[in-house]
Design a protein around this ligand. Structure first.
Ligand SMILES: *Cc1c(COP(=O)(O)O)cnc(C)c1O
Length: 350
């Protein structure tokens, strides 16, 4: 891999990585690979800096762009850096690529490239509790052409940003009854850049009513639960845990979601993946079966929901001592920082 190093690390100017605000600092380098004439060129690591783009660059107009979000953690026992579920993110990136008619990325570039990149930037991985290095692989259509067709050239990049323990208080959520995030057959099940743009306006409307996020529902009737903001959602009942099925093609297959389901099953807790109507949730709340609601995603890991507003119904949940969500968060944390044996082989240590 061709590597051009920065002369002096920007870390020299940063006194501490403790509590760095999310997305404000980027590491010294970035990885870049280009796709042209039907093939990928060699990945290169180079100093982090600006990209030169023509105004007619295809991605800027038609949104042929996808991304991943993942994290690396410092193991304080042996100083190694662990990337969480690297292969899951690699495979999901390529599912997104196929859906947006983009070339898939070879393992050599994504997996080997990311490992080399993280190893190079290891001093940027904060070793404070709950901290991590946020990794952002992304790809966009690079043709200088305004016609609507799949681009012939693409750029794949990886950038990284140190992240602090993102504590998020329990959120108030408005169940969406007019706008949709994803419809069956659409692109809601992949990480297309435009999905995020489309969610901003409804989220802003909810925020004006005092809510932190919207709970997306099915595009037809707005009765079935999909996701909360940019997180997958879980409902903890007294005797089981419910989460929406990804079979309808409207739900992003979160790596955190998959990991939580695995951990629940290992704990012999019943997990049901299915179509979940808001009425089931309301009913469970009224008869005292619903205990906790939480969202999952790489950025926050687990975020509790304290309030859900649906039509004229209001669900209010108190944070409980010894909650299942807190236990799951601890289990995941212990695996990521190497505090316990990684029996599922989720970590790639570099
Ligand atoms: C990325 C994302 C998630 C969370 O996925 P993780 O792999 O757990 O980070 C959930 N929903 C949407 C819409 C997303 O884009």
């Amino acid at each position: 891999m061709k590597t051009t190093l920065i002369a002096v690390s920007k870390l020299k100017k940063i006194t501490s990585l403790e509590n760095v605000p999310f997305g404000s600092d980027y590491t010294d380098h970035m990885l870049q690979a280009t796709y042209e004439n039907g093939k990928w060129g060699e990945a290169q690591i180079m100093p982090y800096g600006t990209l030169e783009l023509f105004p007619s660059t295809s991605a800027l107009h038609y949104g042929q762009a996808i991304f991943e979000g993942m994290k690396a953690f410092k193991n304080r026992h042996n100083d190694k850096v662990g990337i969480f579920r690297l292969n899951e993110h690699f495979e999901r990136m390529n599912r997104s690529a196929e859906r947006l008619q983009m070339p898939t990325i070879p393992k050599e570039i994504f997996v080997e490239g990311l490992k080399a990149f993280v190893a190079l930037e290891r001093n940027w991985v904060p070793d404070f509790a709950g901290h991590s290095l946020y990794l952002r692989p992304f790809m966009f259509a690079d043709d200088i052409f305004l016609g609507v067709r799949p681009s012939n050239s693409y750029r794949f990049l990886i950038i990284a940003s140190p992240a602090s323990a993102y504590y998020s208080r329990p959120i108030k959520v408005l169940v969406e009854s007019s706008y949709s995030r994803a419809a069956s057959g659409g692109v809601g099940n992949v990480k297309a850049a435009g999905n995020y743009a489309a969610s901003l306006f409804p989220t802003q409307l909810a925020s004006k009513q005092g809510y932190d996020q919207v709970l997306w529902t099915d595009a037809e009737k707005h009765e079935e639960v999909q996701e909360v903001g940019t997180m997958n959602i879980f409902f903890v009942f007294k005797n089981k845990v419910l989460t929406p099925t990804t079979d309808n093609g409207t739900i992003l297959q979160g790596v955190t979601r998959k990991s939580i389901i695995h951990l629940l099953k290992q704990k012999d807790i019943t997990v049901e993946e299915g179509n979940i109507s808001m009425n089931t949730i309301i009913e469970g709340y009224k008869n005292g079966q619903l205990l906790e609601v939480f969202g999952t995603g790489t950025a926050v890991v687990i975020n509790l929901v304290s309030e859900l507003k649906y039509k004229n119904e209001l669900i209010k949940l108190n944070e409980m001592p010894n909650s299942l969500s807190a236990e799951l968060k601890t289990m995941l944390t212990d695996i990521r920082y190497g505090n316990v044996e990684d029996t599922n082989n989720w970590m790639t240590w570099v």
